[in-house]
Design a protein around this ligand. Structure first.
Ligand code: HEC
Length: 155
């Protein structure tokens, strides 16, 4: 009995805490917030690599390797919990995720796999010079773009 009470009390505490967190973020769905945060981390690490490739930033082998390695680690995360059903842009506010993600024939898993392959390859070669960064970035940007085109609302 006492055990049950403690468990209930703990749950109530958790409830209060998550309600407080929710309110401070204008009630945004936590999974939506988490996947948008992941996207920002992708973009943050892609930034210096893109700038080096374009010649806007001087090539730095260590910085390129760190950025590409982080990108590969991020892409390797298991994203199951970030995309729960019912969190598309027709069902809730605050997301640009299209319902097609959850529909039959969705190849979103395949695209995540492509991003993993491309970022792992880039992490291996990013330290080899700016040409290697340029070559490796193509398939990475291709995977980001393919997924956005198919599964992200444009507004
Ligand atoms: C497997 C599909 C997929 C891949 C791969 C992908 N994205 Fe996204 N991205 C999305 C979807 C869907 C959204 C909209 C998410 C939402 O609003 O819930 C999004 C949103 C974003 C956003 C906006 C986040 C916000 O706060 O609204 C940025 C920035 C972004 N992606 C960058 C990237 C970059 C950079 C890459 C590649 C390194 C990438 N994405 C790879 C599907 C993908």
């Amino acid at each position: 009995m006492r055990k049950l009470f403690l468990a209930t009390a703990a749950l109530a505490t958790l409830g209060v805490t998550s309600a407080a967190i929710g309110a401070s973020h204008a009630e945004k769905n936590p999974a939506v917030e988490a996947r948008q945060s992941l996207m920002h981390l992708y973009a943050f690490h892609l930034g210096p690599l893109g700038a080096m490739a374009k010649g806007d930033m001087e090539y730095d082998a260590e910085m390129a390797t760190v950025a590409a390695t982080n990108l590969a680690s991020l892409a390797a995360l298991n994203q199951m919990a970030l995309w729960p059903e019912g969190t598309d842009n027709e069902s809730i506010e605050g997301t640009r995720a299209l319902p097609a993600i959850w529909e039959e024939g969705s190849d979103i898993g395949q695209i995540v796999g492509d991003l993993q392959t491309a970022t792992a390859a880039l992490a291996e070669t990013a330290g080899d010079g700016v040409e290697a960064v340029r070559a490796g970035l193509g398939p990475v940007g291709g995977a980001c773009g393919a997924c956005h085109k198919a599964y992200r609302a444009s507004n």
